[in-house]
Every structure is written in C-alpha cells, then in structure tokens.
Design a protein. Structure first.
Length: 184
C-alpha cells in the first residue's frame, strides 16, 4: 500500500521557493507603490499650481496663507488655504482638494499639500517685492518637520535634517522663487 502525501523535505522545499519568490517580488511591488505616490504628488501639485495661477488671474493676487475653511481648520495656515481657495471659488478651481499621499493622519485620511505665500516691502517705500509662493509634499522620506520661510523672490527651507537640498530630503515641491537656501 502506497502512502499519499508530501514528505517533510518536499514541504520545506516548497516553503523555501515561496520565500525566495516573495523576496524577489516584494521590493518591486513596494517600488512601484512608491513611484505611483510620487507621480500622484507631482500631478496634484501641477493641478494646484494651475488653480493658484487661475486665482491670480481672477484676483490679481496670489492666495494668502490664511484663506481657508473654518469648518475644516487644522490650525496650520500652510494647509488651511486649500479648501477655502479651491472649493470656495465660483466656479470651483478644482472639484476636490487632493491629499498628500505621503502624509497620513492617525485616522488614515490624508492631509492637504502645504502652501506658503509672501510679498515683502523690499525698500521700505511701500512698494512691494515680487510675490513668491511654494507648494509642497513631505515626499517619500516623510520630511514632516520641514518648514519654509518665503521672502521676496526667495525661499528658505528648514528642518531638513542633514539634507542640503529639498530634493535630497525627498520633498516634492514647486516654487516661483528664483533663489532657495537650506538652513539646518
């Protein structure tokens, strides 16, 4: 009478092959997920830039850091502008406010992209400098401690750790500033 079943060696061999396949495929799947998040962030930022520029054309000023919805006020002017700006316009500048795919809250809902705007008096005469803005995602390295100071045609990044550029810190961003600096 012949026994039906698998030997221990056969079972271990199958488990080893499955382990090897998982080891080969998992980094690929994770890399594709990361790449798709980066593409989403870049596309969202392009959409937001378009909305910000449309706002500028309509109002002859870029949206301030304080435009926002009181109902969804996060207390952070760098994020609160989005709902008030984009959903409060008639017609709407976008249909929905995109969430930063790299910044999740504890309730698993995404937080909006960050935005800062400034126009400064550059010579004390009351004449204003060039309006400057930056919109950014914390990026794949999760630079959640990053902050930015917006000046007259310049931006200064802070909280990037040992990174010497926002790109090195993994931040995905757009700015119309002509100069950037990084301060540790």
């Amino acid at each position: 009478m012949k026994k039906v079943g698998f030997t221990l060696v056969e079972m271990l061999l199958v488990v080893a092959i499955i382990g090897i396949l998982i080891g080969i495929l998992l980094p690929t799947v994770v890399g594709v997920t990361q790449e798709s998040k980066e593409k989403k962030a870049r596309g969202d930022i392009r959409t937001l830039i378009s909305a910000i520029e449309q706002y500028y054309i309509k109002h002859n000023v870029y949206p301030s850091n304080t435009v926002g919805s009181q109902a969804n006020d996060t207390g952070d002017p760098a994020t609160d502008f989005l709902e008030g700006l984009l959903l409060g316009e008639d017609p709407r500048l976008v249909n929905e406010v995109p969430s930063d795919p790299f910044e999740k809250r504890a309730d698993a809902q995404g937080r909006p992209y960050k935005y800062k705007y400034s126009v400064h008096n550059f010579d004390g005469s009351g004449q204003t400098g060039r309006p400057t803005y930056v919109i950014w995602s914390v990026g794949p390295k999760g630079a959640v401690g990053a902050s930015v100071t917006v000046g007259d045609d310049t931006i200064e990044w802070k909280g990037l750790g040992t990174a010497t550029t926002p790109e090195e810190a993994g931040i995905i961003y757009y700015t119309n500033a002509r100069a950037q600096t990084v301060t540790p």
